[in-house]
Design a protein. Structure first.
Lengths: 111, 116
């Protein structure tokens, strides 16, 4: 079945450092979504990427979708303590209704 | 956006018992989903709750263990039957809805279940 791998599982950074999480699928994805889950909270939608090679920015967050539509990354510039949480990618295989989540990357930021 | 509430928010149960979790959405939605998230883990889809027909279960999940009801377009229940400590987890209800022009998933606050 469709799998979505995400690395690293954990990342601890000093405030102000950059952070990147990577997502890789075994199959081509029709789109990929990113979610953030704060400690004790529930996942909240951040963004969706659809096009091959697409890059989208939200303030300090940069999202990329690979040319082959099998991988994606989320990069945070100059992390802040408010960035703490677990970031999940979630992909949908072409024609499938099901959204498959990666295992998530848990980010902690040392002030 | 969709606002989702779940009841109970948490519970501690004895093994062998059953718990029914309720999910209420503030608008009519076609697709409702039930996920399980074990501590520090990712989200695993249990089933899709279909209105007017049986739920569609993912591999590894069966109706006898996780019966689901979907009586209308704003409500669903998930029952965790004959519980064991391995069922201790967070159970999340989710719906699909638009964020602008994008179909995204909205999650309820979750039900934290501990089975002793």
């Amino acid at each position: 079945g469709q799998q979505v791998m995400q690395i690293p599982q954990y990342q601890h950074v000093q405030e102000g450092e950059d952070f990147t999480t990577y997502c890789n699928s075994s199959t081509t994805l029709s789109n990929i979504q990113w979610y953030k889950q704060r400690p004790g909270g529930h996942p909240v939608f951040l963004i969706q990427l659809v096009k091959s090679g697409e890059v989208k920015k939200q303030k300090r967050l940069t999202f990329q979708f690979g040319e082959a539509k099998k991988n994606s990354s989320l990069h945070i510039t100059a992390t802040q303590t408010t960035d703490v949480g677990t970031y999940f990618c979630a992909g949908r295989q072409g024609g499938s209704e099901k959204l498959v989540f990666g295992k998530g990357t848990k980010l902690t930021v040392n002030p | 956006s969709a606002v989702i509430s779940q009841k109970p928010s948490r519970d501690i149960c004895q093994r062998g018992t059953s718990l029914t979790i309720q999910c209420q959405v503030d608008s009519q939605v076609t697709m409702m989903f039930w996920y399980r998230q074990q501590p520090g883990q990712s989200l695993t889809l249990i089933a899709t709750a279909n209105q007017g027909s049986e739920a569609t279960y993912e591999s590894g999940f069966v109706i006898d263990k996780f019966p689901i009801s979907r009586p209308n377009l704003t409500f669903s229940t998930l029952t965790v039957s004959n519980m064991s400590p391995e069922d201790s987890s967070i159970y999340l209800c989710s719906v699909e809805g638009p964020t602008g022009s994008v179909e995204t998933q909205y999650f309820g606050p979750g039900t934290r279940l501990l089975v002793l």
